[in-house]
Structures are given as C-alpha cells and as structure tokens.
Design a protein around this ligand. Structure first.
Ligand code: NDP
Ligand code: OXD
Length: 306
C-alpha cells in the first residue's frame, strides 16, 4: 500500500513520519510532480496537478474539517474524500466560542480598557436571558459548541439542515426556520460548512434579524460573511460587535476595514487547529478500516458539499 502526502501550509515530513510509524507495512512518501501512483493521499489544499496525476486514489484524507477548498478541485469520482472528524478540534472550538461569547457578555474588553487607564469601575450585570446564543451548524463542531454554551446557562438555539434533538438546545432546521432561528438570537456563532447554499449567508438581511445589539462570532469560513454588510450593521449600531477568526482572503489584507475596527476582535484562523498526532491516528485507523472494506466516519458527500 502506498500513501502520498501533499500539504500546502504545513510541513509534510512530520506527517510522513507519523503515518509511517502508524502504518509500518505501508510506503509513505511526500508527493512530488511525476511521483508514482498511490493508493491513499493525505492532503490540504493540494494543487489541481496532484489529482490530475493521481486518478487511481482510493481515498484522499483532508487534514482539516472543512472541504470547500478540496471540492473546488476536479477529483476522480472513484476517489473517496474523507475529512477530519473532530480529532481534537471540537474541544478547541467549544473553548474558543465560549470565550468569545463570555468576553462579550461580561464586557471584558471594556473592563480591560478601564483598567489600562487606571479606572476602578463597575458595569451593571447583564441578564443572561437577554443574550440568547444561536449556533449555525450542529455538526461535529457546532453541536459541541452548543452543548458547551448551555453549561453557562445561556439560552441556546441551534440551526442545521436536518432536524436535531440536543439537550438544552432549541433546535431549528432548514431554510423555512432560518428567520425564526435568527430572530430568537442576540449572539450568533457560525459553524456551517462553506457550500453554494451557505456562501454569503451572513448578510445585511440575516444579520439584521438578530436582536438589536447583536454580536457575531464567525468561526467557519470568511466567504459565509458579506464583509461590507457587517461593517454597515456595526456602523448603524444594530450589531454591537463581532469576533472573526476566518476571512475571505487569508491572511487578511493590509488596509481591510476589519483591521483596527473598534467593534471587531480578530484572530488568525486559529479557533480549532489541526492536531497532528490525533489526526494521524484517526487517518491511520480509517485507512486500515477502508482496507478491510469497512465504512468510515467523515466521508464527504460531494452532492451535499460537506
Ligand atoms: P459538519 O459537517 O460536522 O457539520 C456541518 C453542520 O452544518 C451540520 O449540522 C449540517 O446540517 C449544517 N449545514 C450544512 N449545510 C447547511 C445548510 N444549507 N443549512 C443549514 N445547516 C447546514 O462540520 P464540522 O462541524 O466538522 O465543521 C464545520 C465547519 O467549521 C467546517 O466546514 C469548517 O469550515 C469550519 N472549521 C473552522 C475551523 C477554524 O479554525 N476556524 C477549524 C475547523 C473547521 P446536518 O447536520 O443536517 O447535515
Ligand atoms: C479546517 C480548518 O477546516 O482548519 O479544519 O479551517
């Protein structure tokens, strides 16, 4: 069995070594143009040339949860696409989302600014009931985030394509319930995959449905958000702020209106990092399962787009 590793933005050698150790009977190599045909691939944003040269792959394992970049490439229909299925990401996403929501709810930035100016001042405690939080996308990451938020007694709503039941979370599903979901929330956490249906879903109309003083936490993909619409809603005061981890163009270009905006908190696409050891262990288990002819979790449905 031959496994090839083709990663942009990550060093391939540690993945090659880790996979080799986990699957000693396999031959694991780093892909180069013109390399021999492989059975399996471990990829992140590979060039089109990679799939053009490797039409016989049985499966390609994405080293992230989002497969939008992968699905923009031409891949042989016989190659199964498999994404990371948690692999240590959901706990990171839960801590990051809870931190963003609590930082806003408890006005921690305002306290920090006061303290920096030598002011010992108090703000009136805000009622949790006035801060219902909505989680868009209730998959591997969104469900864990929604559950984590309930621990802090926020009213929590969730929205997904198919109906769900999650303890403590008021679940809404499908296009027909999107507006009811949004107008129930003041804080919105986005954990949708990027698909033709979800591109630009965070826009003037949808964000305008949030309760006044709304707050956006975008942890999924930059192309979910219409940047100018967010800026307009922040300027009008309908939205109180936003925490953004993902952007249409990454790194965020110099001079973009999000840099230094007083109501926007930025992080550089870091809310849930790929953890190499966990990911290698998961991919190795899945390759062994596929070799035995067993199904694996996290297989991408190309029609659905995630
Ligand atoms: P999943 O595929 O497990 O979950 C996706 C969820 O979105 C599902 O609940 C699905 O509904 C729902 N959904 C999909 N399309 C629609 C739609 N049109 N309308 C309503 N709901 C929809 O993905 P993950 O939870 O693993 O990851 C989510 C995203 O998070 C990734 O695609 C990636 O973009 C992003 N991400 C960001 C990271 C970061 O560091 N910022 C790190 C990792 C991921 P249903 O359950 O009915 O299928
Ligand atoms: C992912 C990401 O999709 O890092 O895993 O964004």
């Amino acid at each position: 069995m031959h496994i090839t590793v083709c990663l942009s933005q990550q060093k391939p050698e540690p993945w090659q070594e880790g996979l080799q150790a986990a699957l000693p009977d396999a031959t694991v190599s780093v892909w180069q143009p013109g390399a021999a045909a492989a059975d399996y691939a471990v990829v992140w944003a590979p060039p089109q040339a990679f799939f053009d040269e490797q039409p016989g792959l049985k499966a390609a394992f994405n080293t992230g949860a989002g497969v939008d970049a992968l699905l923009s490439l031409r891949v042989a229909p016989s190659t199964r696409l498999v994404r990371l299925d948690d692999a240590g990401m959901s706990v990171q996403m839960a801590e990051f989302a809870c931190h963003a929501v609590i930082r806003h709810f408890r006005e921690l930035d305002a306290y920090e600014a006061d303290v920096r100016e030598g002011r010992w001042s108090y703000r009136k405690p805000r009622a949790r009931a006035d801060f219902p939080v909505g989680v868009m996308g209730l998959g591997v990451l969104g469900e864990r985030v929604a559950r984590a938020l309930t621990v802090f007694d926020f009213p929590v709503h969730g929205w997904s394509r198919s109906p769900k039941t999650i303890d403590g979370v008021r679940c809404h599903a499908g296009e027909a319930q999107l507006d009811t979901f949004l107008s129930s929330c003041r804080v919105l956490v986005n954990l949708l995959p990027l698909t033709p249906q979800t591109q630009d879903i965070l826009n003037r109309r949808t964000l305008g449905l949030l309760r006044p003083g709304g707050y956006l936490v975008n942890l999924a993909r930059g192309a979910h958000l219409v940047d100018e619409d967010l800026l307009a809603l922040l300027d009008s005061g309908h939205l109180a702020g936003a925490a953004l981890d993902v952007f249409r163009t990454e790194p965020l270009p110099a001079g973009h209106g999000f840099w230094n905006h007083p109501k926007i908190t930025l992080t550089p696409h870091t809310s849930a990092r790929t953890l190499r050891e966990e990911s290698i262990a998961q991919i190795a288990r899945k390759i062994a399962a596929l070799q035995r002819g067993e199904p694996v979790a996290g297989e991408v449905d190309r029609q659905r787009g995630y």
